[in-house]
Design a protein around this ligand. Structure first.
Ligand code: APR
Length: 229
């Protein structure tokens, strides 16, 4: 059985990391155009670097929650891939070994000269003047709005091969990532774990109207038992 978890900010909400579009979401406080686009970085790099430094500090203080742990533990029973929109490393810290970050990783930086040149950020901040080995300014290893999503094809291939797709904690409002949920095979089971209604519709979808730390362990138990319909 191949299981793909497609996760969004909601899976990390109970670890204390803010989501984007809930009432206290990040986009209630910041304008995307000022902190999360290549134009913003060109116009005011220090502001953008400060925004991601704050995100990074919060990620370093956060801990995986029961949802991350249950997803990781399921690897003992099935082939599990995590396709996440999240830039935190909580899936990895919980023990997941196959995690694909569609929108980048907050604990890495990359060269503004060569996007393939990615360096780890050992928790430090990223400042103007921090240069890559080629001598160009380092930037957050994040996919900003308007930028290509390099791992989209790899993610689609995983979803197309899934027997089970579980969409966890995503409002499915950001494309092309959100489009992945439509790539699941017709026979695949599709579960949504989210306390609210989300964009995924269709009779075959089972919606667990739960927080991730409650709903995911329940879903994982069902999948482990093989009783999932
Ligand atoms: N458990 C499960 N789901 C939750 C929880 C929780 N405890 N709390 C909130 N949610 C759900 C919300 O109901 C919502 O559906 O998580 C979802 C969060 O949606 P968004 O804030 O839009 O986050 P996400 O879908 O991950 O955003 C996608 O947008 O801003 C960009 O690049 C950013 O990766 C991000 C992308």
């Amino acid at each position: 059985m191949r299981i793909v978890f497609f996760t969004g900010a909601g899976v990390s909400a109970e670890s204390g990391l803010r989501t984007f579009r809930d009432s206290d979401g990040l986009w209630e406080e910041y304008r995307i155009e000022e902190v999360a686009t290549p134009e913003a970085f060109a116009r005011d790099p220090e502001r953008v670097l400060r925004f991601y430094d704050q995100r990074r500090q919060q990620v370093l203080q956060a801990k995986p929650n029961a949802a991350h742990r249950a997803i990781a533990e399921l690897e003992n029973f099935a082939r599990v891939d995590v396709v996440t929109q999240n830039i935190d490393d909580l899936h990895e810290r919980a023990g997941s070994t196959r995690v694909l970050h569609l929108h980048g990783e907050i604990l890495k930086a990359r060269s503004t000269l060569d996007p393939e040149l990615v360096v780890p950020l050992e928790g430090a901040g990223l400042r103007l003047g921090d240069l890559c080995p080629l001598g160009s300014q380092l930037r957050p290893h994040i996919v900003w709005f308007g930028e290509e999503v390099p791992l989209l094809g790899e993610a689609a291939t995983l979803v197309e091969q899934a027997d089970v797709l579980a969409v966890v904690g995503s409002s499915l409002q950001v494309w092309p990532a959100a489009g992945l949920v439509h790539d699941a095979p017709a026979w695949a089971q599709v579960h949504v774990v989210d306390p609210k209604e989300v964009g995924a519709t269709g009779s075959r979808i089972r919606h667990w109207r739960e927080n991730a730390s409650t709903g995911i362990p329940m879903l994982v138990e069902l999948l482990k038992s093989g009783r999932a319909d």
